[in-house]
Each structure stands twice: as structure tokens, then as C-alpha cells.
Ligand binder design. Sequence first.
Ligand code: GAR
Length: 204
Amino acid sequence: MSADGQSIGILLSGRGSNFCAIADRIAKGDLKAHIDVVVSDKADARGLQAAREHHLATVFVDPKAHASRAEFDHAVGRILQDHAVDLVCLAGYMRILSPDFIRLFQGRILNIHPALLPAFPGLHAQRQALEHGVKVSGCTVHFVDDGVDTGPIVLQEAVPVLDDDTEEALSKRILAREHDLYWRAIDLVLSKKIAIEGHRTTHR
Ligand code: GAR
């Protein structure tokens, strides 16, 4: 660990607003950590551009240049290891991780999901919530295990679903809460204030 805290590697596929929210909290000194590398599977991800603007190391790993998901993940894992990251944060990373990658970073991968898991895992969580008719949804930060959005939950926050919500309006309301939730979860994990016990996390 360096003087400015532990090292984070970010994986993202798109806009990167969660990544930016984490970077802002680091810049403000709220989160004692540093982002060592931002990796994307999309060359034109807006989040990669934002990372360059933050003067961070960025790497695009081309899925088409790898024969399998395992090979692709192996390449990503090497990059994260080369940067000696302590924690891998998925921030809108739209790929399922291979079992070897999860094993490599066992207990050190976090994901943010725009629903109150275990409700509405997978894609289009906000649309699923609207279609189901729930009155409350929200966001979840959880450790990644080998299921889809199934790992031990670190933090959750509820967000009301309004009668006139569209998918876009609900997504925007949830996203605002995601931005305040993710860095807090990262802080809990990096400062070892939570323990994983079976499928639960508890505050030490
Ligand atoms: C966020 O809403 C995040 O929770 C979601 O993608 C969005 C990424 O936004 N992730 C998933 O749905 C993962 N299953 P961002 O690129 O602006 O951070």
C-alpha cells in the first residue's frame, strides 16, 4: 500500500459516470485510494476518454483479438496484476467474468448494480423493476462471485419508483444514488471494516 492508499483497477464498458464519481471522491480526499488503471472492452467507451482526461493509465482490450472469454479475461487480469491493484471495481462493465479471473482476484472484485439485489439481476435492471411494478428499487454494491450479480452484498440503497417513471427517469434517479454508494462501499472494503461470513458481509 502506498502513502495515498490502496490501489484500484476499474473495468468499464460505457459512460463511466460511476468511475468519475469514485475519482472525484479520491480527489476530494474522502476515499484514501488511487486508481492505477482503467480497462475497457470498448475502444470508444466514454469512460475511457474520461479516464484519459483524469491523466490515468487506460487500456483497451479488444475482445475480438482473443479466442475465448477466458483468454480475454486472462489478458485483463495480467494488466491488473501488472498494476498491482488491491481491488477491482466493475463500473458499468458489461461482461460476465470467467471463473479463473474471479479466482485470481478472490474477494477483491466489487460490482455496482442498479437494483436491490437479489431482485432484477442481469441486464436492464431498471426496466425489469418497472415491468414488475415494484414501488421501491435501488442500487447494490456487492462482491463478485461466479454467478450473475449474486455475490455477498456490501451496501444497498433504496430508491422510490414513481407512478410516472420511465426507464430513463428511474435510471437517472438510481444513478445519482449509485454515485454516493460505490465509494462508501470501496472505503469499507479497503479499510477492512467489513468481513465476509458465508454469503453475508458484517461490519467489524
Ligand atoms: C450503472 O447504472 C451501473 O449500475 C450499471 O450500468 C450503469 C453504468 O453507468 N451496471 C449494470 O447494470 C451491471 N449489471 P456508468 O457507466 O455511467 O457508470
